[in-house]
Design a protein around this ligand. Structure first.
Ligand code: PHE
Length: 411
């Protein structure tokens, strides 16, 4: 679960959102959304998955056959396919920066080119090949190594970044909330980001939870995943923002932010022995690629599983088909940063929010309370007291908040 949650959402998307919405206030709202709204939804999806032991479409077929709730299953095929179309473009940028880190000669950040398309193809092809081979053994081993490695690297980078001349302003930006910047759009984006980062609202947590054994405590797994995910996001903020200010880059530069900023940090690391900077840069981008892949693979897998199970085609053909569909879907985003932004905002702020709302309404209002209680308390043996709080959040607070924020998106 940490493998799907921790990815480009933490290293790339979170820091640039923080920059777009003006710093500390966004972080505070994000933490609030992550623990009070997203975590209950995480539990809701876990309940659906572990109860049915099936993928999202299968789960909804079991729990509410021939009803409106099937939409939740369908969204879980549609949304990830749209998301991975631009996610793999960012994955491609990381591959390009990895390649360039060997000479520490980073080109201008130019996301709209044929080069970006080429690297996108590489990233997407590798992801599809991994999915074609099956994800279990490889991905789990991969994540267990890459996530701790990434943690160490991000801490090292944060230390360097915090010590760059002029970094103080960046720290201020991250810790001093500017209340005058508050607006509804910011809250909607913080919520959307927390769904995105925890992989919610599209059946991924349903699918992953279907593999979790009945003895496992899904409440503590959820809390652990959310804490690790938030920690990585905040660390990434502290690694990037001070360097942004030190290098004189606009914090609101948008999706290119980390790619414009980090090269400055790497070149400043060891001016007299540039291979040190090169090595750290290469290691860093490599682990970002791996973290991105553990996420992109989960995004691709849902569509592939659907093609294999429903249309009865072979796994390799399904992967090939998915590769081309995703590539074509992403073409507009590769060549236009405007469309890239629109696709990203629509899928994260609209589709994910809608999916999350359905999950929470289903578990809070449609499923029997006893069933939900059984799952969240392991048949009454754990979390008995916290269940009441979780159930309350799930039934009332989360749906109301999501609806209010969702509607504020459109007015
Ligand atoms: N949570 C992943 C990230 O932070 C992205 C993702 C979203 C992956 C949804 C799978 C499903 O990068």
């Amino acid at each position: 679960m940490a493998g799907t949650a921790i990815g480009l959402g933490n290293f790339w998307r979170f820091p640039y959102m923080v920059g777009e919405y003006g710093g500390a206030l966004f972080i505070l709202i994000y933490i609030f959304c992550a623990f009070l709204m997203s975590l209950p939804i995480f539990f809701a999806e876990s309940v659906i998955g572990r109860r049915t032991r099936a993928n999202a479409i299968g789960a909804m077929k079991k729990l509410a056959p021939h009803s409106f709730w099937q939409v939740l299953g369908w969204l879980s095929v549609l949304t990830p396919t749209i998301i991975v179309s631009y996610y793999s473009i960012v994955g491609g940028w990381s591959v390009q920066y990895f390649a360039e880190s060997f000479g520490l000669r980073f080109g201008e950040f130019d996301p709209d080119g044929w080069t970006a398309l080429g690297f996108n193809v590489i990233f997407l092809a590798i992801s599809c090949i991994i999915v074609a081979f099956g994800v279990n053994a490889g991905i789990e081993k991969f994540s267990k190594l890459s996530i701790p490695l990434l943690f160490c690297l991000i801490v090292i980078i944060a230390i360097y970044s915090l010590n760059m001349p002029g970094a103080k302003e960046g720290v201020q930006y991250l810790v001093k909330p500017d209340l005058s910047k508050f607006n509804g759009r910011m809250v909607a984006s913080a919520l959307g980001q927390s769904f995105y980062s925890l992989s919610l609202g599209m059946g991924i947590i349903i699918t992953y939870s279907s593999y979790v054994s009945k003895e496992e405590n899904i409440v503590s797994s959820g809390v652990g995943t959310a804490m690790a995910d938030t920690l990585f996001a905040i660390l990434a903020g502290f690694a990037i923002m001070p360097a942004v200010f030190a290098a004189g880059i606009e914090p609101s530069a948008g999706p290119g932010l980390i790619f414009q900023t980090l090269p400055h940090v790497f070149s400043a690391m060891a001016p007299s022995a540039s291979w040190v900077g090169s090595a750290i840069a290469a290691l860093f981008f490599l682990s970002v690629i791996v973290a991105a892949m553990t996420s992109s693979v989960s995004l691709i897998e849902v569509g592939v599983a659907f093609l294999v199970e429903e249309l009865k085609i072979s796994r390799s053909l399904a992967c090939l088909l998915t590769f081309f569909i995703v590539l074509v879907l992403g073409l507009a985003s590769v060549f236009s940063s405007k469309i890239f932004g629109l696709v990203d905002a629509f899928s994260s702020n609209v589709l994910l929010t809608f999916g999350a709302l359905l999950a929470v309404l289903f578990v809070g209002w449609k499923m029997k309370r006893e069933d939900v209680q059984d799952e969240l308390t392991n048949c009454g043996t754990a979390n008995r007291r916290s269940f009441k709080v979780i159930y309350f959040l799930l039934r009332y607070i989360a749906p109301i908040a999501i609806i209010v924020i969702f509607v504020s998106n459109f007015i």
